[in-house]
Each structure stands twice: as structure tokens, then as C-alpha cells.
Design a protein. Structure first.
Length: 101
């Protein structure tokens, strides 16, 4: 019986150690990750200024209306590029065709 208890404890210890290593690796990767998306300044602003889902939906709707200049329900690269430049973000959002596509 003692051997079974020791085996179970050892197995749990190994599993916990592996889980801890995985969590540490995830933290390190997250800390080393640099923002790379063109709209990261917008997303950062939204994540720090919006408190509720309803407020987020409303803000996204306002942004969409600003970007969709011809109000046809879809946006072109030019509309998105120009619309994002109108937003007061720091740093400025400079969308490329590669970012859009």
C-alpha cells in the first residue's frame, strides 16, 4: 500500500511540475510578445476604456459608421485606411494592404 501511495504522490508531483513549467513558459512568451497588429493601438484603447459589452458594441458601431463612408454595409481598404487615420490613437494606425488582406 505504501508503494501505491508513493507512486500516486510522485505522479501528482510530476504532473504539477509539468503544469508549472507550462504556465511559466506561457508567461514568458506573453511578456516577450510585441504588438504587431496594425490595429493594436485601437484594441489597446478599447480594452482600457470600455467597461461593458453594450458599451463595446456601441463604440464598435460608431467606429464602423465612421469607416463605412458610403454606408453600404461593407468597407474597402481605402475606407478602412482613411477611417482609422481619423481615430485619435497613439501611435497612429497606419494600415497597409497586407494588414487589410
Amino acid at each position: 500500500l505504501l508503494q501505491v501511495v508513493v507512486a500516486v504522490l510522485l505522479d501528482n508531483f510530476i504532473a504539477a511540475t509539468e503544469q508549472h513549467k507550462l504556465q511559466q513558459e506561457i508567461k514568458i512568451r506573453a511578456a516577450n510578445r510585441k504588438p504587431g497588429g496594425a490595429i493594436d493601438p485601437l484594441l489597446e484603447n478599447l480594452s482600457t476604456t470600455i467597461d461593458t459589452e453594450k458599451e463595446l458594441e456601441g463604440t464598435i458601431g460608431l467606429i464602423w459608421n465612421l469607416i463605412d463612408e458610403d454606408a453600404n454595409g461593407s468597407v474597402s481598404y481605402e475606407e478602412v485606411r482613411e477611417g482609422l487615420l481619423k481615430l485619435n490613437t497613439t501611435p497612429r494606425i497606419r494600415l497597409t494592404e497586407d494588414d487589410f488582406g
